[in-house]
Ligand binder design. Sequence first.
Ligand SMILES: [Zn+2]
Length: 68
Amino acid sequence: MPLGPRCPICKKPVLARSKNPSYPFCGDRCRAVDLGMWLGEEYRVPAGSADEQEDEVPLPKDGPEGDA
Ligand SMILES: [Zn+2]
């Protein structure tokens, strides 16, 4: 059985790229989820940490305990 591409978000089979404007996602929803991850820095690309030219800026860090 042919193993087609799978949605990286929900792992469902994805239509061929030519038929699927949301490729490689199964649909707009998962594409939006992925975009949200990007914006949320989940997929943050590690910048070259060896050469830090910027001054260290204290980032607002979410504590592990999300007491809200
Ligand atoms: Zn999906």
